[in-house]
Design a protein around this ligand. Structure first.
Ligand code: GDP
Length: 446
């Protein structure tokens, strides 16, 4: 165990997606939870969607950390997350319905900004307006997350702690609703919302949320001091990061590993190992540039194979995901911005049976060769991918648990990716279940 400047004795791991989300983080977080006393969400909201398969049973989580599926693991929602009180209680009730004890194990930071009904209304109205004006949708999940983050940065957000103070809540709500109603009834051309139902609903939920409100940063500090390990569970993917992603086709929070510290209230020296989760190919939901994208409609085509064999549909929205080859030059960007300690390649089994595998190793851009995803979305749109080609494998990798059991061509493919990225592959996932995992170096023992 490590002893750091602040005296912590626990070992902490951050799990981040290195692509545009949906890399299979949920499964890996669940797998790692065996070694953690606490699991923490530090950014995003209920726009995330993790699918866990445990002993063949599927469970989808949106906001609550995946650690909830393991008895005895404490779960935290850090200050960097925006919380819709209606949603969080609905998700708790749903999990209680499958026999999980949630309320005694979940703690929510008092500093989380709240998502309220006018945020959802603004989100929808904006996307509709962008569509009719020809500006093009951002492709948000329509859950009010972006508008809630805007209020946080504008220093006018209602926060979880405000729910403890009805008068303060009422005053702040009136001011904020007035502001949003001006926009809704004006240039957003939507219906303004009434104050009273929003206030009443929030107050009804406040009583239920109160026992779960906490000083999350300090709780985590104490867990670490007592020798407990923490797992930070990233949502979305690094290329959707508000600063480092393909702006403006990005999410509204920082989803890079560094935000695990700021978004939960622990110091950066407490992030000991960063595991980058990478699908063996690439997918993207919604709009935005995607250089290695493939056409998916033609049965028998690679795009169709990835989409159907990989079952690439959004967990939250059900939207079909765009699919393409692994983009190692984009993965290089993700490795740089996260400080990836090791990679976990997921869904390797989806490539089984393809006669040829390609990996994007750079781009042609305005007559130049570039080896890392550019920062400017318009430049990315202009990039022509440059591919390395590998022979595929006909054997099944599904459920493999040892590196040596992988076909030679699969190992060659993974070794090439590792070499290009300059970060080790520490894990490989070969199926949705916990057991379908190859471990090369354990993040909690690295
Ligand atoms: P997340 O948000 O990053 O957790 O991604 P998703 O919820 O989209 O999870 C990816 C999907 O793939 C889920 O349905 C998982 O059960 C499944 N999955 C995860 N790892 C693997 C794998 O290695 N192989 C296969 N075939 N499916 C996987």
């Amino acid at each position: 165990m490590q002893q750091t400047h602040s005296g912590a004795r626990g070992h902490n791991v951050v799990v981040v997606g290195t692509q545009w989300g949906d890399e299979g983080k949920g499964k890996v977080v669940d797998w790692l939870t065996d070694h953690a006393q606490a699991v923490v969400r530090f950014q995003g909201g209920h726009n995330a969607g993790h699918t866990l398969v445990i002993k063949g049973v599927k469970t989808a989580l949106q906001l609550i950390p995946s650690g909830i599926m393991r008895d005895g693991v404490a779960c935290f929602i850090g200050n960097g997350v925006v919380v819709d009180p209606t949603h969080v209680l609905a998700e708790i009730t749903r999990l209680e319905g499958i026999g999980l004890d949630v309320r005694s194990r979940l703690r929510i930071s008092e500093s989380c900004p709240l998502i309220l009904p006018f945020h959802v209304a603004v989100d929808h109205a904006r996307e509709a307006l962008r569509e009719t004006s020809g500006a093009g949708k951002i492709g948000t999940t329509g859950k009010g997350i972006g508008p809630a983050y805007e209020d946080k940065v504008a220093r006018r957000a209602l926060r979880v702690q405000d729910l403890k103070h009805p008068e303060r809540f009422a005053r702040k709500l009136r001011e904020l609703l007035d502001l949003h109603n001006v926009a809704l009834g004006g240039y957003l051309r939507a219906k303004p919302l009434d104050y009273q139902p929003i206030y009443d609903a929030a107050m009804a939920l406040a009583e239920q949320l109160r026992p779960m409100m906490a000083d999350v940063g300090y709780e985590l500090y104490k867990i670490n001091r007592a020798g407990g390990n923490i797992l930070f569970e990233g949502a979305q993917g690094s290329l959707l990061d508000i600063d480092h992603g393909t702006y403006p086709y990005v999410t509204s929070s920082n989803c890079v590993a560094g935000n695990a510290a700021a978004g939960s209230g622990v110091g950066p020296d407490q992030l000991h190992y960063v595991l980058g989760i990478t699908k063996a190919y690439t997918t993207r939901v919604g709009s935005g540039p995607f250089p290695s994208e493939l056409p998916m409609d033609e049965p028998g085509s690679v795009g169709h194979h990835l989409s159907t064999v990989g079952q690439e549909r959004g967990t939250v929205t059900g939207r079909p995901r765009r699919c393409g080859w692994l983009d190692a030059a984009a993965l290089k960007r993700a490795t740089v911005i996260n400080g990836v300690s090791g990679l976990c390649i997921t869904k390797l089994d989806v490539l089984d049976g393809l006669p040829e595998i390609q990996v994007c190793v750079g781009y042609e851009l305005d007559g130049r060769r570039v080896d890392i995803l550019p920062l400017d979305a318009d430049e990315i749109l202009a990039c022509r991918p440059v591919y390395d080609s590998f022979p595929g494998w006909s054997e099944s990798t599904f459920g493999a648990t040892r590196w040596d059991d992988l076909p030679l061509n699969a190992r060659r493919y993974l070794e090439r990716v590792q070499q290009f990225i300059g970060a080790p592959i520490d894990m490989v996932s070969t199926g949705p279940d916990r057991e379908h995992t190859i471990l090369l170096r354990h993040p909690y023992q690295a």
